[in-house]
Design a protein around this ligand. Structure first.
Ligand SMILES: CC(=O)N[C@H]1[C@@H](OP(=O)(O)OP(=O)(O)OC[C@H]2O[C@@H](n3ccc(=O)[nH]c3=O)[C@H](O)[C@@H]2O)O[C@H](CO)[C@@H](O)[C@@H]1O
Ligand SMILES: C=C(OP(=O)(O)O)C(=O)O
Length: 427
């Protein structure tokens, strides 16, 4: 059982380089299926969600070659199966993007039904609404969802609510459909635009990504290309919090400052200095942290994935902050861990009221999900003394080299394995 041991209380200083975006790559890897050709994908983050996605591609019959740590060649010419194995499918929510890509190319696809997870229920009715509009039927059998329909025909889809997953799955299934598809009330996250750019590089005709309406003209076929994944907005935001909470001064490199604006705006209101350059930002804090009101919303609103990290930052602000979770039902589970560190937080449904305390105390902590885990790491970095964060597999789903990157900023953090019998050992 691995965990992080963190000796906090030191201001972080130096430079950190941001990796490729998890929430883009988990859709772009399945999208390579549509090319029936070779794609080279660069700036792929070395995280466990990518490892699972590559295993799924291999299991379906694709040839995957690692060219270097962050570059893969994927040849999907000879895919022989449209059924994602249940055990792989269940390892990550994003396996549902294989449904759209397989449906788009082969007229049929099967993955494990996502069901509920540690953020609350994760419905896919809007994904199925788009598939159905294009002419595909769906059925659930023994925990697996199957969609099929061929040929798919372009359609007009008005989503009932803004969904990143449904927008991406609809794009994946529509690019090879006959005729025009219009998707309305779509999500506008940077990773939606990244997927559209990748699909267009493969020969698709997708317009309007990043606005409320996406128009797709179906193509008869697509082809391979070389594509580089955008930098991870949430990883960058996490290091912004790390710099701010420790009273540090950090240059965060390989970012798109525009993507960070919803986070930057709140940081500045909290009294943190953020300097923007072309592809990097500097974050530093010398004075007190000020309290904030935050509500998470679809892009360009404040991202839900930053909610646990911002809540941690506000635990030591001078006054009362209110954080409202607008996307997920169950994204405050980490609050109990923060309370064990001396934070003063009351949660009522989707709203957390945070009374700032002078400082957090070290404690043994347990990560309940990816961003909750990252947030606890940041909390531990700010607390003077030794904290431990366990269940770090959640964190490793989405952060490349977290320990090495934080060590590079002067943090005292180690990844250790706790043997069944006794004391922790360094890996
Ligand atoms: C809009 C938004 O902020 N989406 C976030 C969501 O994306 P993810 O793609 O996982 O989730 P969606 O964007 O699809 O879900 C947004 C909301 O729509 C609802 N829904 C979704 C699909 C569907 O078919 N029916 C339905 O009702 C969900 O219950 C949720 O309340 O979680 C990811 C992981 O935390 C974040 O990276 C995304 O930023
Ligand atoms: C919760 C997240 O990811 P996923 O939707 O893949 O679980 C996240 O990126 O914060």
């Amino acid at each position: 059982m691995e965990k992080f041991v963190i000796n906090g209380g030191k201001p972080l200083q130096g430079e950190v380089t941001i990796s490729g975006a998890k929430n883009a790559v988990v859709a772009i890897l399945p999208a390579t299926i549509l090319a029936a050709d070779k794609c080279v994908i660069e700036n792929v983050p070395a995280i466990s969600d990518v490892a699972v996605s590559l295993e799924i591609l291999t299991a379906l019959g694709a040839k995957v070659r690692m060219l270097n740590k962050n570059t893969y060649e994927i040849d999907t010419t000879h895919i022989s199966s449209t059924e994602v194995p249940d055990d792989l499918s269940r390892q990550m929510r994003a396996s549902y993007y294989f449904l759209g890509a397989l449906l788009g190319r082969f007229g049929s696809g099967q993955v494990a039904m996502p069901g509920g997870c540690n953020l609350g229920p994760r419905p896919i009715d809007q994904h199925l609404k788009a598939f159905s509009a294009l002419g595909a039927g769906d059925s659930v059998e023994y925990g697996m969802i199957k969609v099929s329909g061929s040929p798919l025909k372009g359609a007009h889809v008005f989503f009932d609510n803004v969904s990143v997953g449904a927008t991406m799955n609809a794009m994946l299934s529509a690019v090879l459909a006959e005729g025009q598809t219009v998707l309305e009330n779509v999500a506008k996250e940077p990773h939606i635009v990244d997927l559209a750019n990748f699909l267009n590089m493969m020969g698709a005709d997708v317009r309007g990504a990043g606005t409320d309406v996406i128009r797709i003209r179906g193509k008869k076929s697509m082809h391979g290309c070389t594509y580089s994944i955008i930098p991870d907005q949430i990883e960058a935001g996490s290091y912004m919090v790390a710099a701010a909470i420790t009273g540090g001064n950090v240059l965060i490199k390989n970012v798109i400052p525009k993507h960070l604006e919803p986070i930057t705006a709140k940081m500045e209101l909290a009294g943190v200095t953020v300097e923007e350059y072309d592809d990097s930002i500097r974050v530093c804090r010398t004075g007190d942290l000020m309290p904030l009101k935050i509500k998470t919303m679809p892009h360009p609103g404040f991202p839900t994935d930053m909610q646990p990290l911002m809540t941690v930052l506000l635990t030591t602000a001078k006054g009362t902050s209110i954080v409202t979770e607008g996307i997920w039902e169950n994204r405050f589970r980490y609050v109990d861990e923060l309370v064990r560190m001396g934070a003063n937080i009351q949660v009522d449904g989707q709203v957390a009221v945070i009374e700032g305390v002078p400082e957090l105390q070290p404690a043994p902590l347990r990560a309940s999900d990816l961003r909750a885990g990252a947030a606890l790491v940041m909390a531990a970095l700010s607390a003077k003394g030794t904290s431990e964060v366990s269940e770090i597999a959640h964190i490793e789903r989405g952060y490349e080299d977290l320990v090495e990157k934080l060590q590079g900023l002067g943090a005292d953090i180690r990844r250790v394995e706790k043997p069944a019998t006794g004391l922790p050992q360094a890996l």
